[in-house]
Ligand binder design. Structure first.
Ligand SMILES: Cc1cc2nc3c(=O)[nH]c(=O)nc-3n(C[C@H](O)[C@H](O)[C@H](O)COP(=O)(O)OP(=O)(O)OC[C@H]3O[C@@H](n4cnc5c(N)ncnc54)[C@H](O)[C@@H]3O)c2cc1C
Length: 391
């Protein structure tokens, strides 16, 4: 592919850069954890930033214009995402804007679009994703939470786990089993659940990065009106794959990783190790930089396929797998660059780069699990990409 922007795309890139230079407050740069979607939505200033984006129609640039999006081409969406990541601009409300909204646009009825899309765009409504359950993560279709029809309502009983942001969510994308007698992929339905409904209890799970993020969510006879069923009953697996496709394409950014490596290189130049480790560290930083270039090139391949109307499959898995494992390698290199100072937490006066290496080291662990583990991605690449028989 030709990596150069067309004249029109170059003008758009400049427009985004100018906007970010003038409108992104310097103290609102995204923490590294936001890149991985951990802790998203915790910043009380998110809504102000959404208002600023909204003036340009850039809250949800990938949505169709009719629903409040910017109607950008695939390459322009890619350029927008790239420049936002380069400038460390926060992407608040990712689960709502990036997953729930687009899924409702594709599969929701008009009443659901009217009810939910404006609240998502304004940042009023925060969403969480109630998919994983204890024992049903990689094998998501085995989920056991039940939804039993009762007149015009469904009654939900069961449990979800690892639900990011459930503690502050207004709505949940909920998968529940409506027909236990069907094969596992066929008896699932997708609900747009109001989190204030009686019978829902939320228990926080502290992650290893100490970020308020995960929860367990329990459902005890939770009554959901039929109007909150997305599409048709028992077709939920099909709608969920739409949500998962949106999730996989947005989880890691090569450009954001390169920014992290560049900052690490800046630190290494200012505080070079004097203990004999410098030679090896120089080489390691060079490796990491090259790998971020590869990560960006892989994202370009996915975007250029989408621009041609193709659906990336193993190509998206390759990009996710490489980027998420690279995130962990960068964290390890960062710790080495700063020596013992790299292991100090944010808050310590001696912490290198304000404790960023240490924080990133713990946060990056989740990157190879969220959105499909590395083993699952390798399985997709082996089977669909390389046509190897199942293991
Ligand atoms: C940061 C983060 C945020 C998350 N947010 C959410 C959220 O908001 N909502 C939500 O629903 N879930 C969320 N999750 C959960 C996530 O989707 C699951 O952790 C993931 O799908 C893996 O499922 P599991 O944890 O049940 O592990 P399991 O599926 O039990 O896997 C355990 C191990 O077995 C391996 N394994 C499993 N099956 C295979 C196979 N077929 N071949 C080879 N190896 C295999 C896995 O790779 C893994 O190493 C989040 C997870 C993380 C880390």
């Amino acid at each position: 592919m030709d990596f150069r922007d067309s004249t029109e795309d170059a003008a758009f890139r400049q427009e985004v850069k100018d906007f970010l230079r003038t409108d992104l407050p310097a103290d609102l740069k995204a923490d590294d954890d936001v890149i991985l979607g951990v802790g998203v939505g915790e910043n009380p200033r998110d809504k102000d930033w959404l208002k600023t984006l909204s003036k340009r129609g850039w809250v949800a640039p990938n949505w169709p214009v009719a629903y409040g999006g910017a109607g950008l081409s695939v390459m322009q969406q890619f350029i927008f995402n790239e420049e936002m990541a380069r400038a460390a601009a926060p992407r608040p409300n990712f689960l709502a804007i990036g997953l729930a909204g687009p899924t409702i646009i594709v599969h929701g009825d008009e009443a659901q679009k009217k009810q939910h899309l404006s609240g998502i765009l304004s940042g009023e409504d925060y969403w969480c994703q109630g998919f994983s359950e204890p024992g049903s993560g990689s094998d998501l279709a085995s989920l056991q939470t039940k939804a039993t029809q009762d007149g015009d309502d469904f009654i939900i009983n069961g449990q979800k786990i690892w639900t990011s942001g459930a503690h502050r969510a207004d709505r949940m994308m909920l998968l529940a089993r409506t027909d236990p007698d069907q094969p596992k992929h066929k008896g699932i339905s997708y609900f747009l659940l109001d989190m204030k409904t009686p019978g829902i209890s939320i228990r926080p799970l502290t992650n290893m990065a100490d970020t308020p993020s995960f929860n367990e969510v329990f459902f005890d006879n939770v009554r959901v009106p039929k109007g909150d069923l997305l599409g048709e009953a028992n077709r939920g697996w099909y709608y969920a794959t739409t949500t998962l496709d949106f999730e996989r394409s947005g989880i890691i950014s090569g450009v954001a990783l390169q920014r992290l490596v560049t900052d690490t290189i800046g630190y290494a130049k200012q505080s070079p190790r004097t203990d004999g480790a410098w030679s090896a560290i120089r080489h390691e930083l060079a490796e990491r930089y090259i790998e971020t270039e590869i990560s960006i090139a892989l994202s370009y391949r996915v975007a250029s396929m989408q621009a041609k109307g193709m659906v990336p499959n193993q190509e998206a898995s390759i990009t996710k797998l490489f980027g998420s494992e690279l995130a962990q390698r960068i964290a390890k290199t960062g710790i080495k660059v700063a020596g013992l100072f790299g292991q100090l937490r944010e808050g310590s006066q001696h912490a290198a780069l304000g404790g960023r290496f240490e924080g990133w080291y713990r946060i990056a662990v989740g990157s190879t699990l969220a959105g499909g583990t590395s083993e699952i991605q390798r399985g997709v690449i082996a089977q669909r990409g390389l046509a190897l028989p199942r293991g």
